[in-house]
Ligand binder design. Structure first.
Ligand code: SAH
Ligand code: SF4
Ligand code: F3S
Length: 480
């Protein structure tokens, strides 16, 4: 018999849409019930994360809590005492993968309730998903949301002590929490949250509902975290937000993304990146800071989504193709060697083939260095999901492949042009395909493989490119 399920709070999309609530800063940190620490000490955890960097950063915070309680990371799901699936809701295929994994978990469930299975993240910010999971998958013990991660110890304590199943998902955030524990996934590159949530409400996107109101951390707290990482020898930091260039707008203390970026750059970490910038708030001031500091990487992810101004209007993106191209020109005039990448959605409802071709055209004009392409996926509760669509999924797939092909031509040309030149590479680890090769990324985020040894991991080395492929390069180490 499955344990009884207690529904504490269920998310509500209408509440999640609300942007009038206020929030406060909380420096209290996490509290850990004694009974739980006693029970979990010496046990193991495993967190499986899907989705974007925001989720990976949440994984680090959750891992920090587990380690604080004396737990260690298990080698896999099959031998962990506590398993957390940290989910993403951005497209349907992301959700399907999670359902597959939840199903898999069943075979690991023990009859004595000694193993605890949790599902959190963006997917369970949707009520229909919670209803489905609690009904179909009775081996899931705890469901919690993106806004109450730090209550994980007290929720786990209840689940274990009372032998219940528990659902506790808040619709909207009430605070910005500081002083959180953290077990970083890497010892040389790190993510720093600068803001949470998103207020842009692009018509296709679920993120503003799952992550809530846009709220910025205070500049002093961000700079403190960056300084700490610098002191620990980190080589790279990425400033994270769904919309980094809107940073500070809600604080009303004069903070802007340009100022923040400049202050972080001054700390002197060798590589500073940021993700994601929306074309709408991209000011000249930001571009000037990128141009001024050598350690701010000349690589900008600037999602365009579509090259058709009409589709962009329907997407609620607040710019048209012409404005986007003007922004690209402005950026290139100040940072001539900048590398640009993008996100593109193919097959927005009723997109015509001509409108699709406008996207291909725009890509040819911009000449992206890399691109993430997606087929439109209707998200329950978003405005676009209500539009009756006249484009078949077969046509969407054809367009998708056509776009990828067109993009690859430009990307390959850029990769080819790198052959013979030497680039700085931050070494990430041993190549997945060949144990004799090391892999790393250039300043402009190109993946490079070269012969070397594992002692180089976490270091920035010079590599001369000898061979190019569309998505990666081969090179040899240059001794300086
Ligand atoms: N805040 C970031 C990224 C959010 S999600 C931004 O605005 O760029 C990452 C990407 O997923 C988006 O840029 C978009 O291209 C894609 N995406 C979001 N919702 C989608 C949907 N419903 N269907 C297909 N792709 C989607
Ligand atoms: Fe989604 Fe648009 Fe916000 Fe990005 S800016 S998270 S695409 S609503
Ligand atoms: Fe996915 Fe949530 Fe990120 S929906 S893309 S994990 S913000």
């Amino acid at each position: 018999m499955a344990n009884k399920c207690e529904f504490r709070e269920l998310p509500d999309l209408n509440k999640a849409r609300n942007r009038t609530q206020s929030f406060s800063f909380d420096y209290e940190g996490v509290t850990y019930p004694d009974s739980l620490v006693k029970y979990l000490n010496g046990k193991t955890y495993f967190i499986h994360t899907y989705g974007c960097q925001a989720n990976y950063r949440d994984e680090e915070v959750m891992a920090g809590m587990f380690e604080h309680m004396g737990m260690s990371k298990a080698s896999g799901i099959e031998n962990a005492d506590v398993v957390v699936l940290n989910t993403c809701a951005v497209r349907e295929n992301a959700e399907q993968k999670v359902f597959g994994m939840i199903g898999e978990l069943k075979k690991y469930k023990t009859t004595d309730n000694s193993r605890v299975f949790c599902v959190c993240g963006c997917m369970v910010q949707q009520k229909h998903i919670i209803e489905f999971i609690t009904e179909k998958f009775k081996h899931i013990d705890l469901i919690f949301g993106t806004h109450n991660i730090t209550s994980l110890p007290s929720m786990l304590d209840e689940v274990i002590r009372k032998r219940i199943r528990l659902v506790d998902v808040e619709s909207s955030p009430t605070k910005i929490e500081e002083n959180l524990p953290s077990k970083r996934l890497s010892s040389f590159k790190a993510f720093i949250n600068i803001s949470y949530g998103c207020d842009k409400f692009c018509t296709y996107c679920i993120v503003p509902y799952t992550r809530g109101k846009e709220r910025s951390r205070l500049m002093k707290d961000i700079l403190e975290e960056a300084q700490e990482l610098k002191n620990l020898g980190y080589q790279e930091v990425t400033l994270l937000g769904q919309n980094v260039n809107a940073y500070g707008k809600d604080l009303k203390d004069g903070s802007t993304f340009a100022k923040l970026l400049e202050e972080v750059a001054k700390i002197g970490i060798p590589r500073v990146r940021f993700l994601t910038s929306h074309p709408w708030d991209f000011t000249e001031e930001i571009v000037d800071v990128i141009a001024k500091y050598d350690n701010v990487m000349k690589y900008i992810h600037l999602p365009v989504q579509s090259g058709s101004s009409e589709i962009l209007r329907l997407m609620g993106r607040r710019y048209d193709a012409e404005k986007y191209l003007k922004l690209v020109d402005m950026i290139r005039s100040k940072v001539p060697d900048v590398a640009l990448s993008t996100d593109i959605i193919v097959g927005f409802p009723n997109e015509t083939y001509e409108q699709f071709l406008e996207t291909v055209e725009l890509c040819k004009k911009v000449q992206y260095d890399s691109a993430f392409t997606f087929i439109y996926s209707p998200r329950n509760g978003t405005p676009a999901a209500k539009i009756k669509d006249n484009v078949s999924s077969k046509d969407k797939s054809i367009r998708f492949r056509e776009l990828v092909k067109a993009l690859e031509v430009g990307i390959s040309e850029k990769s080819n042009a790198m052959v013979g030149n030497t680039y700085k590479v931050l070494v990430e680890g041993v190549s997945e395909k060949n144990p004799e090769m090391m892999s790393g990324y250039t300043e402009k985020n190109k993946l490079v493989h070269f012969k070397g040894d594992p002692s180089l991991v976490g270091k920035i080395v010079s590599v001369k490119i000898t061979e190019s492929h569309t998505y990666s390069l081969i090179g040899e180490l240059v001794n300086e």
